[in-house]
Design a protein around this ligand. Structure first.
Ligand code: MG
Length: 295
């Protein structure tokens, strides 16, 4: 199933989505009991899943405003840097890669994990704010996002997928100048509006995360065209690595890294500017579109 967070008639709710039919069923109605938000759904999913049968009154997707599926994650979004071979090379060659000192270590030997502030999250159609006086090097990064279901620490590779609740699309928008200058990536990755997410979450049973086409267009020009089978560190490795150090909780988001074709990979770089439109499509999940606006 696919679950969205949406606003309708001034009220935010969680619902089951059928993209083909263009409908969303509010979960409160489906279950006959309140579901507070997406995190509430994730935490209680095993208990209520069998009762989620979309029927009765549905709203047209066209009549609701889709929010980010988790509009305000309860803590930072976990992110993985340089997790596709071609992108690792293009980034190391860009001169902004503070994590590599030579071409020889462009491809990391272990996952590079950083985080984005939860306040950076926005939903589909919301503008990525471009503040030219703060950064003129704003870049896009199409990524598969993993939503953790059952939490845990010390999760083994072989058990990792049992801890995944679903998948979404994340645009890991980055101020390249800040990413390079400040060495630690947090600031350049965490500007307000720099984490478009959505349009919804597809539950884990719906997709094969190891074979998903991932594409990104800027103004209808295809910039990124890859497949998640080319991840350097696969999802079980990421979960094993992160959870060895940090307890994972239901609703944690892991952005798995971006493939080649980001703006910084071009010579000269092709950064985002107000008026641009970024569209990301991940097979089996959906399409995430965000305009870029002067902020
Ligand atoms: Mg990224």
């Amino acid at each position: 199933m696919k679950f969205a967070t949406f606003t309708h008639a001034g009220r935010r709710a969680v619902g089951v989505v059928d993209p083909q039919k263009g409908l969303v069923w509010p979960l409160d109605d489906v279950l006959g009991e309140p579901v507070a938000d997406m995190l509430d759904l994730v935490r209680r999913y095993d208990e209520i899943e069998a009762r989620i049968r979309p029927n009765g009154h549905a709203l047209a997707l066209a009549d609701v405003v889709l929010d980010a599926p988790i509009p305000r994650p309860f803590r930072n979004i976990l992110c993985v840097g340089k997790n596709y071979h071609e992108h690792a090379q293009e980034f190391a060659a860009s001169g902004f890669d503070s994590s590599a000192t030579s071409k020889a270590d462009a491809v990391p030997a272990a996952p590079i994990v950083f985080t984005k502030a939860p306040e950076s999250v926005i939903g589909i159609d919301q503008p990525i704010l471009h503040r030219a006086e703060v950064s003129d090097a704003v870049d896009y990064e199409a990524e598969l996002g993993v939503i953790i279901g059952t939490g845990g620490r010390g999760i083994a590779r072989k058990d990792a997928y049992a801890h995944v609740w679903g998948y979404t699309i994340v645009n890991d928008v980055t101020a390249r100048d800040w990413q390079g200058r400040h060495k630690q990536w947090f600031l350049g990755k965490s500007f307000d509006t720099f984490c478009p997410m959505g349009p919804w979450i597809a539950t884990a049973d719906e997709v094969d995360p190891e074979n998903l086409s991932i594409k990104c267009w800027v103004n209808d020009e295809l910039r990124q065209d890859a497949n998640t089978r080319d991840l350097i560190f696969d999802i079980p490795t990421l979960i094993e690595t992160i959870s060895a150090a940090v307890t994972l909780y239901p609703g944690d988001v892991i952005a798995t890294g971006t493939p080649a074709g980001v703006g910084i990979g071009f010579t000269p770089p092709r950064y985002l500017a107000p008026g641009d439109r970024v569209r990301i499509e991940v097979e089996g999940i959906g399409t995430l579109v965000n305009p870029v606006a002067a902020g």
